[in-house]
Design a protein around this ligand. Structure first.
Ligand code: HEM
Length: 206
């Protein structure tokens, strides 16, 4: 059964469940893990920058070894938590909420968003731009984990590293996936603050 149909009596009213408990718990654990991964990833990057810039010194971990310890610790949290979210999402049919996505619907909702005509009154459904962005960020999560493994164990996981174009290419893929997640986070948090009831629903479920 799709969880958005779950309801409960509340002061005589029927209040739809927007985000089941497992979505809320895994969402906030994921947010914590991602912030640790980004902060410590910047620290690791600074030891051998790919580009002519560095991130703020002492991002997380204080130096290279400290950054690596944080990165490898949070990585297991991110992966285990992600697997719980994906497994329960598939088992409960949650991902039907993120589909279908058609180019025409994305265009229609993007134009509505840019002209201030997009409605946010029904939180049980995502608009098509949201669907596209959420599916995109979930796929980016897969790419960043795969490219991370490719540069962590390039010898043991040589087929994976080769698939991504080799060690150097995998480093760039890992970097650009991080940049996409940071960009997503900025927009995502601004939207959550602009529509505070969506933030409340991700905390209380309703
Ligand atoms: C720390 C700051 C964050 C805040 C304040 C936040 C807030 C929210 C809110 C309010 C929603 C519900 C949106 C709605 O119902 O319209 C949501 C959903 C979602 N967020 Fe976040 N989020 C944060 C971090 C993240 C991170 C780091 C990721 C992934 C990299 C992420 C991925 C998602 C996804 C995929 C959904 C849809 C989940 C589903 O419906 O199954 N969020 N977030």
């Amino acid at each position: 059964m799709v969880d958005t149909t779950n309801t409960t009596g509340f002061g005589g009213r029927t209040v739809p469940l927007i985000h089941p408990l497992y979505v809320r718990v895994t969402h906030w654990i994921n947010a914590l893990a991602v912030l640790i991964m980004i902060g410590s990833g910047w620290q690791i990057y600074n030891a051998s920058p790919l580009f002519s810039f560095s991130f703020p010194a002492n991002s997380l971990g204080g130096w290279l070894a400290g950054g690596l310890l944080w990165h490898f610790a949070a990585m297991w949290l991110l992966i285990a938590n992600g697997l719980v979210y994906l497994t329960l999402g598939l088992a409960t049919g949650r991902f039907r909420k993120l589909l279908p996505i058609s180019a025409r619907a994305v265009l229609r909702d993007a134009v509505a968003a840019l002209t201030g005509k997009l409605r946010h009154d029904d939180l049980t459904r995502y608009n098509t731009v949201q669907k596209l962005i959420y599916v995109g960020i979930l796929l980016t999560g897969v790419v960043i984990v795969a490219s991370g493994f490719a540069i962590w164990k390039p010898v043991q996981l040589r087929p994976l590293t080769s698939l991504l174009g080799g060690y150097e290419a995998a480093r760039f893929i890992h970097f650009f996936a991080m940049a996409a997640i940071v960009l997503f986070l900025v927009v995502h948090i601004v939207m959550a603050l602009l529509v505070p009831k969506s933030l409340r629903a991700m905390i209380t479920g309703r």
